[in-house]
Design a binder for this molecule. Structure first.
Ligand code: TXA
Ligand code: MG
Length: 329
C-alpha cells in the first residue's frame, strides 16, 4: 500500500465543491454523497487515478466501475443508447438507475475502469452535491461505493471516514444519503436484463419499458439463486492472442508484456514489447494493464509472453485478470 494520506473533511458548500473538483483534476480520490450511497470518486479518464481507487478500496480484483455524469448529453458521448436505453434514461435520470451500454467509439473512460470490457455502466445521480461536482468537473467520474472491499456501503460521511480514513484525499459531507441502497443496474446490450436490484424498483422499470425485464442468464446465478457480482455477466476481457504467463523472456515471434526495470535478453527478439511499469510500481502497472494488452493483441502476435507480477497489493488483481485472460475459451 502507498503511504497514508491525510483525509480532509469538507462541508456541503461552494468551497467543498471547488476542493472536490481540484482534487479530481489532480488524480485524487474524493468521497461524495449520491442519493443512494456515498461514492468514492476518481477521474474516469485517468487510469492511474482509477488504479489508486482500486488500491484504496482494497479490491482483490478489478470489478468494472460505474461512470457518473451530470446528464444524458454527457452519457451519450460515452456509450450507445438503443430505444430501450433511451426510454429508461428518459424515465429515471437523474436517479438511482445505472445502465450498462455498449461503449461509444472514442469513449474516454480508461480501460481499467471497465476492466477491459466493451460495455460501460453509466449513472446520472440525482443528489444536488453530486450533480454540482460532476457538472463543474466536466469529465466522467468513476465511483464505487465508498467502503473497503467486503464491507457494507456507506450512507454517512462518518461511515466513509471509518472505512477509508487515511486512504483517500477528501470526504465531502452532505449528511445521510436519502435512498440508502445502491442503484438498480440494468444492461441494455440487446436484451434488457436486471443485473442488480436497487433504488429503482423493477416494477417501475417494467412499466417504463412496457414489458417484463429478463432475468440474468443462469450462468451468473450462483448457489441458491444468489446472483454473483453483476460484473460477472459480461464475459471477461479476452485477447485474441494466447497468453503465456510467468514468462522470463519472449520466444521468437512472441510479443512481450514486461514488468520491472530490466526485461532480459529475450526481449531483443520480441516483435513488440510494452512494459507495465519499468520502475516496478503496481499502481502504474494496473493503470496500463488493459490498454497494453489490447495494444499487444493488435500487433498481431499469436502469443503474448507475460513476465511475472508480484502478488502483493494491486498485484493480486492484476494476476487475477491475467489468469482469466489466459484461460482457454
Ligand atoms: O448507487 C450506486 O450505484 C453506487 C453510487 C456510489 O453511485 N455505486 C456503486 O458502485 O454501487 P459499485 O462499484 O459498488 O457497484 C457497481 C456494480 C459492480 O457490481 C459491477 O460489477 C457492476 O456495477 N458493473 C459495472 N460495470 C459493469 C459492466 N460493464 N457490466 C456489468 N456490470 C458492471
Ligand atoms: Mg459496492
Amino acid at each position: 500500500m502507498t503511504a497514508p494520506l491525510s483525509t480532509q473533511m469538507a462541508g456541503a458548500d461552494a468551497a467543498a465543491i471547488e476542493a472536490a473538483v481540484r482534487c479530481l483534476a489532480g488524480g485524487g480520490l474524493v468521497a461524495f454523497p449520491t442519493e443512494t450511497v456515498y461514492g468514492l470518486g476518481a477521474d474516469a479518464t485517468n487510469a492511474a487515478a482509477v488504479a489508486r481507487l482500486y488500491a484504496a478500496k482494497g479490491r482483490p480484483a478489478f470489478n468494472p466501475l460505474i461512470a457518473h455524469v451530470p446528464d444524458r448529453a454527457a452519457a451519450q458521448t460515452l456509450a450507445c443508447f438503443d430505444a430501450d436505453a433511451g426510454r429508461l434514461a428518459e424515465a429515471f435520470w437523474p436517479g438511482p438507475l445505472t445502465l450498462v451500454l455498449p461503449k461509444a467509439p472514442g469513449c474516454t473512460v480508461a480501460e481499467l475502469a471497465t476492466a477491459g470490457l466493451d460495455s460501460l455502466a453509466l449513472r446520472v445521480p440525482r443528489h444536488a452535491l453530486a450533480q454540482k461536482i460532476l457538472s463543474c468537473f466536466g469529465r466522467p467520474v468513476v465511483a464505487p461505493s465508498a467502503n473497503r472491499s467486503g464491507h457494507v456501503s456507506p450512507t454517512t460521511a462518518a461511515h466513509v471516514l471509518s472505512d477509508l480514513g487515511g486512504r483517500i484525499d477528501l470526504i465531502v459531507d452532505g449528511g445521510a444519503t436519502p435512498v440508502g441502497v445502491e442503484s438498480t443496474i440494468v444492461a441494455c446490450l440487446g436484451e434488457v436484463v436486471l443485473l442488480r436490484p436497487g433504488g429503482t424498483p423493477r416494477e417501475a422499470i417494467e412499466h417504463a419499458l412496457g414489458r417484463p425485464l429478463a432475468d440474468p442468464p443462469a450462468s451468473i446465478v450462483g448457489d441458491g439463486d444468489r446472483p454473483l457480482a453483476p460484473g460477472m455477466l459480461a464475459s471477461h476481457y479476452a485477447p485474441r492472442a494466447r497468453l503465456r504467463l510467468n514468462a522470463e523472456r519472449a520466444g521468437p515471434g512472441e510479443a512481450l508484456l514486461a514488468f520491472g526495470p530490466a526485461p532480459n535478453a529475450g526481449t531483443a527478439q520480441a516483435a513488440h514489447v510494452l512494459n507495465l511499469s519499468a520502475r516496478g510500481d503496481l499502481i502504474e502497472a494496473a493503470a496500463n494493464l488493459f490498454s497494453h494488452l489490447r495494444a499487444l493483441d493488435a500487433s498481431g502476435a499469436k502469443t503474448i509472453a507475460v513476465m511475472p507480477i508480484p502478488h502483493d497489493s494491486l498485484g493480486e488483481a492484476i494476476n487475477d485478470r491475467l489468469a482469466r485472460a489466459a484461460s482457454p475459451r
